[in-house]
Design a protein around this ligand. Structure first.
Ligand code: DOR
Length: 422
């Protein structure tokens, strides 16, 4: 049995509240022992002095593009990118071709990930067949085949009645509905945030209300059906405020924010780089501050990358023609360390909760914690390392990132999945 001894790191376990220097002995796929002064022969030794030891990070919002768009990403390349980024589990979105809307497709993703994946993969199944917004997918059956959650991500579910029915079904299995909140009548053919900057640049805007009307609808439907509803890539101040109030009311709502929505404003679009084109768009400074406040007080439960790799041909065109999306797996930790940890917005325990324990709970995974007998999914981070983002070095096929060339703090040193260093 393979053994790894991680010595002298600062163990951060939000499940137990432990934040202390400890040694961790991994045996096989489990954590065998946690203590001080652990010493054993015949182990792979990791000197973790000065490092943060987090439970393996979980990204509940990733586009792996397989099947159908392998020129953008594959399960193999996307999970390699995840491992480099410190993620031990990723939940992949169903906007593939064919769409993940059948038991056969869910099984296919599991089999392919088992064969070629570098980290664990949990497929999110579509709410509606073909993500067409017309007919529900077989939600109960998909739960039995291991769908981690349900989402038409990339597309909103425009019909409120269909969303109501989806929530009624999903709640029978206590399944999670992840909502891409966008009213297409309001977003229309917008390409960036609607505001001063879009006016100045002469580009069509996506107003914040395009998100907020749908957040309001999902809260109302969750209140009515009792279904667990998760707001994907939350990006506006009013959305965060609505989720905060809904939680106070006891509604079963949760939310995630993407690193680009807490680290960039729409000012980044000045210069017309299509790398900044993402949906929902980069918002105003006020919105970014609200997202950060939401992450701080837990209104925003999780950080999720919305890793959206695209081919050069999809991005190296005029802004209005370019695809929406940012390749996010390999910059998430440095962005979180730089914008949340170092300025003291989040403590290490809170960051580990947002990036590991909270998504584990939302997806009902046996993960997100570090304890004797528990799974050996561990992420080791050097918070003092300074890095320069170089998208050409990304292991993802998607080099589309607005952070290229940026200097940031925080480096993932090791990612351990079920006791294997990946
Ligand atoms: O920017 C985005 N890209 N937002 C989405 O919701 C979908 C994603 C994609 O699939 O490229």
């Amino acid at each position: 049995m393979e053994r790894i001894l991680i010595k002298g790191g600062r163990l951060i376990d939000p499940a137990s509240g432990i934040d202390a220097v400890k040694d961790i002995l991994v045996e096989g796929s489990k954590i065998a022992k946690i203590g001080s002064g652990l010493n054993t022969d015949d182990v792979t030794l990791i000197n973790a002095e000065g490092m943060l030891i987090f439970p393996g990070l979980i990204d509940m919002h990733v586009h792996l593009r397989e099947p159908g768009f392998e020129y953008k990403e594959t399960i193999e390349s996307g999970t390699k990118s995840a491992a480099a980024g410190g993620f031990t589990t990723v939940a992949c979105m169903p906007n593939t071709y064919p769409v993940i809307d059948s038991p056969a497709m869910v099984e296919y993703i599991y089999l392919k990930a088992e064969k070629e994946g570098h980290v664990k993969v949990k497929p999110v199944a579509a709410i509606t067949k073909g993500q067409q917004g017309e007919e529900l997918s077989p939600i109960g059956e998909l739960v039995q085949y291991g769908a981690a959650a349900f989402s038409d991500d990339g597309h909103p579910v425009s019909s409120s009645n269909l969303m109501r029915r989806a929530m009624e079904y999903a709640s029978m299995w206590d399944a999670l509905i992840i909502s891409h909140c966008e009213d297409p009548e309001l977003s229309r053919d917008g390409v960036m945030n609607e505001g001063e900057m879009s006016t100045m640049l002469g580009m069509r805007g996506i107003p914040s209300v395009a998100e907020e009307t749908m957040v309001a609808r999902e809260i109302a439907l969750s209140r009515y059906t009792g279904c667990r509803v998760h707001i994907a890539h939350i990006s506006t101040k009013a959305s965060v405020e609505m989720v905060r109030r809904a939680k106070a009311e006891g509604i079963r709502i949760s939310a995630e924010a993407a690193p680009h929505h807490f680290s960039l404003t729409d000012a980044a679009v000045d210069g017309y780089s299509s790398m900044t084109k993402v949906n929902p768009p980069l918002r105003s400074g006020e919105d970014v501050e609200a997202v950060i406040r939401g992450l701080k007080d837990g209104t925003v439960d999780a950080i999720a990358t919305d890793h959206a790799p695209h081919h050069r041909d999809d991005k190296e065109v005029e802004y209005s023609m370019a695809a929406f999306g940012i390749s996010g797996l390999e910059t998430a930790v440095p962005l979180a360390v730089t914008h949340l940890l170092r300025p003291g917005v989040l403590t290490p325990l809170q960051l580990a909760e947002r990036m590991s324990l909270a998504p584990a709970k939302l997806l009902k995974l046996d993960a997100g914690y570090i304890a004797e007998g528990g799974p050996a999914d561990i992420t080791i981070i050097d918070p003092e390392a300074e890095i320069t983002v170089d998208t050409e070095k990304f292991l993802s096929k998607g080099k589309n990132s607005p952070f290229d060339g940026m200097r940031l703090w925080g480096r993932v040193v090791h990612t351990i999945v079920e006791g294997r260093m990946v």
